[in-house]
Design a protein around this ligand. Structure first.
Ligand code: URA
Length: 197
């Protein structure tokens, strides 16, 4: 069973790497499926690969990724135990925001299936684009960071979604950095399991 899921996840990654379903396929370097263990309790979702990820084919390996992993460590969360991916798997040109149709195509083909195969206890939405795409809603980060909602958009069972800042945004603002730090501490204390676990 675990073998089948691992195989299906690998197959999915193979499909991501050759995907040409939207315009981003024409301009990306290497597509970035995501990575992490099959039994990850938490699945982290960023916006889209940046330049470093587009070169490496791995998620969150640039400056914001290093910062994110540092913050996970600080909170007592082991980055190696997390499944980390993005809303769209290919870098948008010039790091522009992914467009609505790109998000719909990519999440429908890949993120929905990744969430079903990994079956995490919860998803962590990094930034307003990720939170908005997961929840099909406009998310005001300064008001909603550190809170939980349920995803009935991409999952039928209402997977719990923890909302926090994108690490690149947190790197630009001392206040958002402190708030991301506090959010991850709250996530790590695990009390959410009583409501959702
Ligand atoms: N920013 C993201 O949203 N995702 C990455 O993988 C890297 C930077």
């Amino acid at each position: 069973m675990a073998d089948e899921r691992a195989q299906a996840l690998q197959q999915l990654a193979g499909q991501v790497r050759i995907c040409l379903e939207c315009r981003l396929g024409a301009t990306r370097g290497v597509a970035v499926p995501g990575e992490g263990p099959l039994d990850a309790e938490l699945l982290w979702v960023g916006e889209a690969p940046g330049a470093a990820e587009d070169a490496a084919g791995l998620p969150f390996v640039g400056a914001s990724g290093r910062f994110l992993r540092h913050e996970m460590h600080e909170a007592g969360l082991d980055p190696a135990a997390m499944y980390i991916t993005n809303i769209v798997k290919c870098r948008p040109p010039g790091n522009r925001r992914p467009r609505v149709d790109e998000i719909a195509i990519c999440t429908g083909l890949y993120l929905v299936r990744q969430m079903a195969l990994v079956a995490p206890k919860a998803v962590v939405a990094l930034g307003a684009t990720a939170a908005g795409a997961l929840l099909a809603d406009t998310v005001k980060m300064t008001q909603e960071h550190g809170t939980w909602r349920q995803d009935y958009n991409l999952t039928a069972q209402g997977l719990p979604v923890f909302i926090t800042y994108h690490p690149a945004a947190a790197l630009r603002s001392e206040r958002w950095r402190a708030e991301l730090h506090a959010d991850l501490q709250a996530l790590a204390d695990g009390r959410w399991r009583m409501a959702y676990g």
